[in-house]
Design a protein around this ligand. Sequence first.
Ligand SMILES: NC(=O)C1=CN([C@@H]2O[C@H](COP(=O)(O)OP(=O)(O)OC[C@H]3O[C@@H](n4cnc5c(N)ncnc54)[C@H](O)[C@@H]3O)[C@@H](O)[C@H]2O)C=CC1
Ligand SMILES: O=C(O)[C@H](O)CS(=O)(=O)O
Length: 483
Amino acid sequence: MQQITCSALIKHGSYINGSWQQHDNRFDVVNPSNQQLLAKIASADAADAEQAVLAADQAFAGWSAKPAAERSALLQAWYQLIMQHQDDLARLLTLEQGKPLSEAKGEIGYGAAYIQWFAEEAKRLYGDTIPAPSNDKRIIVQRQPVGVVAAITPWNFPNAMIARKAAAALAAGCTFVVKPAQQTPLSALALAELAHQAGIPPGVFNVVAGTDAKGIGEVLTRHAAVAKFSFTGSTAVGKQLLKQCADGVKRVSMELGGNAPFIVFDDADLDAAVQGLMAAKFRNAGQTCVCANRILVQRSVYQAFADKLAIAMTQLNVADGLTDGSQIGPLIDDKAVAKVTQLQQSALDGGAKLLLGGSRHSTGRQFFQPTLISDVNADMAISKEEIFGPVAALMAFDTEQQAIALANNTEYGLAAYFYSRDIGRVFRVAQALQFGMVGINEGIISNAAAPFGGVKQSGYGREGSKYGLDDYTDIKYLCLGGL
Ligand SMILES: NC(=O)C1=CN([C@@H]2O[C@H](COP(=O)(O)OP(=O)(O)OC[C@H]3O[C@@H](n4cnc5c(N)ncnc54)[C@H](O)[C@@H]3O)[C@@H](O)[C@H]2O)C=CC1
Ligand SMILES: O=C(O)[C@H](O)CS(=O)(=O)O
């Protein structure tokens, strides 16, 4: 932690109603790269979560009544502070999450971009007037903030997942309570410190960091004062939280797992496709919900593509995220290493071939070698589940129709990618893919201007873009009569 120049960013307890909480009960935050202890954080519990929800509820009237321009200015101030502290925030993120420093820096900029984006969008929360069926009436439509928003976020983007939910919520006039993942609370608490410094009023942005995910989650999904719940994480947990929200008929956004197909057609620029795949597969050591999971390659270019990919993968630098030039950091924990190992092994047991890597990396016990497997088929677990690790699994196909059928053969529907230079094929395939986001000749699709989200069991709701405020506002229809 000595590498962090601004010590005010290092916090050891939750941020509720503008104050920092203390508790005797503490939990460890550990560097996944070397298992060293980084900090001991006061563990908030369900009672703290309730306190945060009540604070957010109390703050709602004042925050939602502020002119949009004032909310916008406070969000801009938050954005500026985050960018001023980008280096420190990135180091903190790498220390607790493991991703290479360059990626962590990218994530801080990416998260901040949502705050900047929604600071602008706050001023554009337009309504409508609609022609009425008779002349003595007027139909006016306004958008109003839903109220208190509660969120639970994962460890793979400890900054950006919070920033993009909170930014939209605050811009719309909602107040916000988030429970970050237990593995990565430091980035969340640093964001709270900067929100505080930016002058965001007490109770508007709250962070509840604790180990009792279930207990805190019960409050955030069931409390009567919570109007909306937003989750990013695994599909299994998302389904459970959805059930909890159903009792109170909460508004819900779910950004759940993915199983992205990455299709390479025979007319593709193979070098560009390899480059796109390297970004789509190996970012954050493969631990993103939009990572390429099933790599489908047309048979006539299969071998050429595999050869080029193997060369690119051999050049990946596996190292502690703070080491200069690191490209692949550790996986988040031992459980993640076990999952990747097991998925890979069951594919090999089922007849797949190991072309590269295949085991832990000598850098440390949570590092996994960039691994390339060929001859994978659709029945293998590795084709059905999120790998969330640096394992590239190749499958061959013959026709465009077969590629589309294979790609859509999943319960998930978050991101998909394909490479082709045939304009007709580009439109046919883009339309046929059952996914919320499609990268066409592109491996990096996320940015604040674009709507991020999925279909099928990848969830619903869109984050970022001009659509991102919709999930945080209610449409109110005013019928003006007697004219
Ligand atoms: N869509 C995405 O970006 C993510 C997907 N995943 C997927 O999930 C797999 C497992 O990763 P996990 O960290 O275990 O994901 P997870 O879904 O358990 O964790 C995400 C968040 O949910 C919270 N949580 C867990 N159980 C909860 C409960 N009963 N009530 C309330 N909150 C709860 C966690 O504390 C964390 O904040 C990964 O291998 C990956 O496949 C994981 C993280 C992010
Ligand atoms: O959830 C997200 O925003 C993405 O997973 C980030 S990235 O992987 O596209 O960078």
